[in-house]
Design a protein around this ligand. Structure first.
Ligand code: ATR
Length: 266
């Protein structure tokens, strides 16, 4: 049996096992996908250990996407982004980033991206992938708690950085707001509240636990269009699946598995 998994901390909320195991079952692939909670200082051993134990692939989630790249041979895209969310084990430990394509596909389903003003909250692994993907088409603003990290990312993608507490200065001209921080993950918190938002915004939260985060609730209060993190989860997962197996991912099967999780009567 082939072993796959996800490493992160926290990781309990991850729906990746459900999604990938449903795909393996549907395609009769003898494989299983597990979740592994890893301490930050043991990340290296987790990656090298998985390789030694003959694992086939791993997803990498918070807060390891930037650090984990150091234990892989990243492809060109992952190297340019500076973060990975997918590892393939074989002759080499290969690193990939499917967050960029996942976020892009999810967003483009609901809105035009070209020439939009996009404000990204965060400058971690996920934010780096999204900023990279969207900066080719749109104008990017980055607001991050650690300002230096935000300004470094903005510089890299040709965008502008602003202080988190000064977001209100530009929010009127923002078309798409993306939360790429971990704020709101398993907690009823948000970096922005309804008084900071407006109805013409599209608000995209990468967090999908809970599916309707506090930020998305606040956005709904002002009549803004919202996008939760499920579609990005799905598209990045499908791209990882294809890297590992070389087989086209059964997206509708993976999506059904997630839908059934949220609505057992589905
Ligand atoms: P991911 O893989 O999801 O990108 P990450 O790399 O750990 O996770 O990045 C987490 C992001 O959330 C960072 O931008 C972090 O800000 P810092 O660079 O200042 O650490 C942001 N973040 C986490 N907790 C936060 C909080 N309480 N307030 C504001 N930003 C926060």
């Amino acid at each position: 049996m082939k072993i796959f998994g996800i490493i992160g901390n926290p990781v309990e909320h991850s729906l990746s096992p459900l999604m990938h195991n449903s795909a393996f079952k549907y395609l009769n692939i003898d494989a299983t996908y597990f979740k592994f909670k890893v301490d930050f200082e043991k990340l290296k051993y987790a990656v090298l250990g998985a390789d030694s134990l003959g694992f086939c692939g791993l997803n990498v989630t918070v807060p390891f996407k930037e650090e984990a790249i150091n234990y892989t041979n990243p492809d060109k895209l992952a190297e340019q982004i500076g973060a990975i969310n997918t590892i393939k084990f074989g002759k080499k430990i290969e690193g990939f980033n499917t967050d960029a394509i996942g976020a892009f596909m999810a967003l483009k389903e609901i809105t035009e991206i070209k020439d939009r003003n996009i404000l990204i909250l965060g400058a971690g692994g996920a934010a780096k992938a999204i900023a990279y993907a969207l900066s080719k088409y749109a104008r990017i603003f980055i607001a991050n708690r650690t300002f230096k990290k935000g300004s470094d990312l903005a510089k890299k993608v040709g965008g502008e950085s602003i202080k988190l507490e000064e977001v209100f200065n530009i929010i009127k001209s923002v078309d798409i707001l993306i939360n790429a921080t971990t704020v709101g993950l398993n907690e009823d918190k948000s970096l922005l509240y309804h008084e900071d938002l407006h109805k013409d915004l599209i608000v995209f939260d990468l967090v999908y636990s809970p599916v309707k985060t506090r930020l998305l609730k606040e956005a709904e209060m002002v009549g803004a269009k919202t996008l939760n993190g499920i579609k990005m989860l799905l598209y990045q997962g499908a791209a990882s699946f294809e890297i590992w197996t070389g087989i086209k991912a059964p997206i509708s099967i993976m999506e059904d598995a997630i839908s059934r999780f949220f609505d057992p009567v589905y």
